[in-house]
Design a protein around this ligand. Structure first.
Ligand SMILES: [Zn+2]
Length: 202
């Protein structure tokens, strides 16, 4: 089985990928961002160090290298645009394969803002908290450090990231509508996972 999963920041996508990979014996293919950090390649660094987008051909080369001859895998963060989606279709077709399902974790903007803006990180040891789901005691870390809100987790930054995510994702959801599984990502992690499995096992 070949899967692709989409979800906005804060949707719990990472947890679902880990669980799906285990249950269906799929190899998780690292996201382009993770691959860029991992390989530490000079050609890539030319782009990432200056904040430029890595060209689609270069991203494809890396991702397809990771896919290799695997038959069962799960993609994260790739494809990110229609050009990449078409390139992936052609790559798989040449190997007589097809992306089977695209899972979309749907979470409202208000819910994402509520989840992320409640995140806190310890300024001393780096431990993560959430004021709602994993609250600290007496507003301090167990180590005694002060808790802070990351710059990236501020509401206006989150809303900008969500706008970018939606603009990129909407055309892809349309492209994949014949194999799209949309799941309500606002339920608890276990229910989200069970809903995805139910659809995959149909
Ligand atoms: Zn701490």
């Amino acid at each position: 089985m070949i899967l692709l999963i989409f979800g906005p920041p804060g949707s719990g996508k990472g947890t679902q990928i880990t669980e799906l990979a285990e249950k269906f014996e799929l190899t998780p293919i690292p996201s382009p961002g993770d691959l860029f950090r991992k390989i530490n390649d000079d050609e890539i660094k030319k782009y990432t160090s200056t904040g430029k987008l890595v060209p689609d051909e270069l991203v494809a080369k890396l991702i397809f290298g990771e896919i290799g001859d695997k038959d069962n895998f799960i993609l994260d963060g790739y494809p990110r645009n229609l050009n990449q989606a078409e390139t992936l279709e052609n790559f798989l077709k040449e190997k007589n394969k097809r992306l089977d399902y695209v899972v979309y974790l749907k979470v409202s903007e208000e819910e994402i803002v509520a989840r992320i803006s409640n995140r806190r990180v310890c300024s001393k040891c780096g431990r993560n908290y959430n004021l709602i789901t994993n609250p600290p005691i007496d507003n301090k870390c167990g180590c005694g450090g002060e808790l802070t809100l990351r710059e990236d987790d501020k509401e206006d930054v989150i809303r900008t990231r969500l706008t970018v995510f939606n603009e990129q994702t909407q055309p892809l959801l349309e492209f994949y509508k014949d194999r799209l599984i949309t799941v309500d990502g606002e339920q608890n992690i276990q229910n989200v996972f069970e809903n995805i499995c139910k659809e995959l096992e149909k």
